[in-house]
Design a protein around this ligand. Structure first.
Ligand code: DSN
Length: 439
C-alpha cells in the first residue's frame, strides 16, 4: 500500500473489511475459539459507550457522565451471577488472559507455583511457563507444575495428579491450580481433585474460556459447585458475546478480585463490550440451553462421521467429545499446518493443533500432528446433523482424497447459502456477516 494516497489507503481498508465479511459468509468457520455475535450485540458495540471512560466500580467512578453506564454495569453483574449461579461477578476484565491475570494477582505472588495443563497437551498460553513466553510465567513470575495427562482419556490423570501433589516437596506445593485449557474435549475432574487441593490450601481457578457457553447452557460441568473457588472466561467462544473477559467467584473472594481488576489489571474497561456482555448474558439465559445442547450434538455427529470416514479422531474411548471441539490426528495424511492451509483454500477455516505425543515426535506448533475443529459458530448459524455429515465429507475430500481444494469452493458457497442468519437470539434484521455501513 506504500504508494497510495491517504484516501486510497482509507478506501482500501474498508474494502478489506468488506472482503473479510464476504469470506466468512462463504466459508465453513470451524475455529473453536470463535463465534458470531447477534445483531443486537453488534449494535451495542457501535454505541457511544465505546468512547467513554468509567474507571472503577459503579457508583465509585473517577469520571462524571457514567450514570447510564453504571445502570448497565450493575445489571450486567446481576445477569452474570444469575447465568452462572455465582455469588460475585466482575465484568470488567477485557479478555480471558486479563481475567486470568486478575486471578494470578489476587491469589498468588511472583515465585509461587501454579499447577495446570501443559501447552503441549492443550493448556492455554496464558497458563504457560516463562520459557515459552506464557503469561503466568512471563508476566506474573509463576513457576509451573503440570497436571499429569492421560492420553487415552484425553483428560487430566486423576490418580497421578493426587499422587504428584502428595509427593511434592514443600517448596513446590502450588498456590494455585488452574483447570481448563485450549484443547478441551471432556469436563475436567474438578470434583475428583478439589479435596486434595483444598487439603494443601491450593486456590482453585477454572478457566472456562472455551466452555463458558456450555456451562451457561448447563450441558458441561458446574465448576463453582464442584470445588472451584473462582472461574475465569472469555466471553466470545461458546458463549457467543463480544470479545472480553469475566471473573466469577464465591463472595469471600470478591474484594480481592475487584482490586486486582481495577486498578490492578485495567484502567478503563471496554464499556461497549461490557454492555454487549449484558445482552449476551440475556441471550444465554433465554436460548443458552438449546444452543449448548445443539453444539454438543453437532460436535458428536461431526466427530463420529469423521471417524467413520477414516480420520483418527482423538478421544474415541470417551465418545470423541463432550464439548464443542473435535481434534483429529492428521499425521497419516499430512500435518496440522499443511492441513490448515489446504482446508483454507476451500474456505474451511480450522486451526492446527499440538496433540499429545507431538513434542516427543519432534513436531512443533507450526507443523503439529493435529487440527482442532469447533462447531459453535456453525451451530449458531443453524446447522444440524445433516450439515455436520456434509462438512465431514468436505474435509475428507481435501485431506484424505487430496482433491484440489479450490474445486469444492463453489459447492461450499452453495452449502452456506441457507445459513446466513444468527439463531438463538431475539432480533435478526441484519445477516450474520452483513457489512454494516455507518459512515
Ligand atoms: N488461543 C485461543 C484458543 O484456544 O484457540 C484462545 O485464546
Amino acid at each position: 500500500m506504500c504508494n497510495f494516497s491517504h484516501k486510497q489507503k482509507y478506501d482500501m481498508i474498508f474494502s478489506l473489511l468488506e472482503n473479510h465479511n464476504d469470506l466468512f459468509a462463504n466459508s465453513i468457520p470451524l475455529i473453536a475459539s470463535e463465534n458470531v455475535t447477534s445483531p443486537a450485540v453488534r449494535e451495542v458495540m457501535l454505541s457511544d459507550f465505546a468512547n467513554r471512560y468509567a474507571e472503577g466500580w459503579p457508583g465509585e467512578r473517577v469520571y462524571a457522565g457514567c450514570k447510564y453506564i453504571d445502570e448497565v454495569e450493575l445489571e450486567c453483574m446481576e445477569l452474570a451471577k444469575k447465568l452462572y449461579g455465582a455469588e460475585f461477578a466482575d465484568v470488567r476484565a477485557i479478555s480471558g488472559v486479563v481475567a486470568n491475570l486478575v486471578i494470578y494477582s489476587a491469589f498468588t505472588s511472583p515465585g509461587d507455583i501454579m499447577m495446570c495443563m501443559p501447552i503441549s497437551v492443550g493448556g492455554h498460553i496464558s497458563h504457560g511457563k516463562k520459557e515459552y513466553h506464557g503469561t503466568a510465567g512471563l508476566v506474573h513470575g509463576l513457576g509451573i507444575e503440570s497436571f499429569p495427562f492421560d492420553k487415552d482419556n484425553m483428560n487430566i490423570d486423576i490418580d497421578k495428579t493426587i499422587n504428584k501433589i502428595k509427593k511434592l516437596e514443600n517448596n513446590k506445593i502450588p498456590k494455585l491450580a488452574m483447570f481448563g485449557g485450549s484443547l478441551f474435549l471432556f469436563p475436567h475432574p474438578v470434583k475428583e481433585i478439589s479435596d486434595i487441593l483444598k487439603e494443601y490450601n491450593i486456590h482453585i481457578n477454572y478457566d472456562a474460556a472455551h466452555v463458558a457457553g456450555l456451562i451457561a447452557g448447563k450441558q458441561f460441568q458446574d465448576p463453582l459447585k464442584e470445588g472451584a473457588d473462582t472461574m475465569t472466561m472469555s466471553t466470545h467462544k461458546t458463549l457467543f458475546g463480544p470479545q472480553g473477559g469475566l471473573v466469577l467467584s464465591h463472595n469471600k473472594y470478591g474484594e480481592n478480585i475487584k482490586k486486582a481488576t481495577f486498578p490492578g489489571m485495567t484502567s478503563n474497561h471496554h464499556i461497549h463490550h461490557m454492555a454487549a456482555k449484558a445482552i449476551t448474558f440475556i441471550e444465554a439465559l433465554e436460548f443458552g440451553q438449546s444452543y449448548a445442547k445443539d453444539i454438543i450434538n453437532n460436535a458428536k455427529t461431526l466427530a463420529e462421521t469423521l471417524n467413520e470416514l477414516g480420520f483418527n479422531v482423538l478421544g474415541e474411548k470417551n465418545g470423541f467429545t463432550k464439548s464443542h471441539q473435535i481434534v483429529i490426528d492428521v499425521t497419516k495424511y499430512s500435518d496440522g499446518g499443511k492441513a490448515e492451509v489446504e482446508l483454507e483454500r476451500s474456505n474451511i477455516i480450522v486451526n492446527r493443533q499440538l496433540i499429545p505425543g507431538d513434542i516427543k515426535a519432534g513436531r512443533n506448533y507450526f507443523n503439529p500432528g493435529g487440527i482442532r475443529l469447533g462447531v459453535s459458530e456453525i451451530t449458531r448459524l443453524g446447522m444440524k446433523k445433516s450439515e455436520m455429515k456434509q462438512i465431514a465429507e468436505f474435509i475428507k475430500s481435501v485431506i484424505i482424497n487430496k482433491k484440489e481444494p479450490t474445486k469444492i469452493l463453489n459447492k461450499i458457497k452453495l452449502f452456506r447459502n441457507n445459513f446466513q442468519t444468527v439463531r438463538y437470539c431475539f432480533d435478526n434484521k441484519t445477516k450474520a456477516y452483513e457489512y454494516v455501513k455507518v459512515k
